[in-house]
Ligand binder design. Structure first.
Ligand SMILES: [Zn+2]
Length: 247
């Protein structure tokens, strides 16, 4: 692990620890005070998370979603993204309301599940689907980077911060039709120094898997830059219930 990424992890954890001294930690789901030994969410709420089980299941609907589109080794998401769910609101908090610490904590949770499932044990490096630099500047952080950091820490591998860049600041995809979304993601990523990634098993990390179009575009860019000499797996914190037709 590089000095920088190790320092980043130590800092993220230190800020989390210091913050919990100043503001007593509370459960983001039920808002009760956390007791000693509870981390991130309280024990009662921990049992309410709508886990997908994909971290332990190689042949799952998210993985099948990539069939015929891009070769993906394994794919998993921690929990179902369900409208009205308190868990979905926590994702909104780290995506839109500045609570990056929740991205880091979900990243660690996701990483622990991936490690426990055993499917991702030969991953060499974690790469995240980056925001465009203008968006990152506005938001002051990249939530996918914090998730990736947490995942890398739990898997005991390093996180690559520089190889993949976003060239286009594509507009929010939520208001568009499916076809428009696909047209929108062509050529939005660039890979610099692909030599560093060649021959490796890359775990591509993002916050939420909806249509998969952005992740596929990013995976295609990595495959093209490395001339196919990489294996790619995908992991996200949440996956849309609607998009995978699991209703
Ligand atoms: Zn709770």
């Amino acid at each position: 692990m590089s000095m920088f990424s190790k320092l980043g992890d130590v800092l993220s954890q230190a800020i989390s620890d210091v913050a919990s001294l100043i503001v007593p930690p509370y459960c983001p789901i039920c808002r009760s005070r956390l007791k000693d030994g509870e981390y991130f969410v309280c024990t009662a709420c921990r049992y309410t998370i709508p886990l997908t089980g994909f971290c332990h299941e190689a042949d799952n609907p998210m993985w099948r979603r990539f069939w015929g589109l891009v070769p993906i080794e394994h794919a998993a998401a921690l929990f179902w993204y369900i409208e009205g769910s308190e868990w979905r609101k926590v994702v909104h908090k780290f995506k839109y309301e500045g609570h990056w610490i929740y991205a880091w904590k979900f990243g660690r949770w996701l990483g622990a599940e991936l490690a426990a499932g055993g499917l991702f044990k030969d991953v060499d490096v974690v790469v995240f689907v980056p925001l465009h630099w203008i968006k990152r500047l506005r938001r002051t952080y990249d939530q996918a980077e914090y998730i990736a950091r947490g995942v890398a820490r739990e898997l005991g591998v390093k996180c690559d911060y520089n190889s993949v860049r976003r060239l286009k600041n594509n507009p929010s995809q939520t208001q568009q039709h499916r076809e428009e979304r696909w047209n929108n993601v062509a050529g939005i990523f660039a890979v610099s120094r692909p030599k560093r990634l060649r021959g490796k098993h890359i775990l591509l990390v993002d916050d939420v898997f909806t249509t998969g179009s952005t992740i596929i575009s990013c995976a295609e860019s990595i495959l093209a830059a490395c001339e196919g000499d990489v294996r790619i797996s995908v992991a996200t914190v949440a996956v849309s219930h609607k998009e995978l037709g699991e209703d």
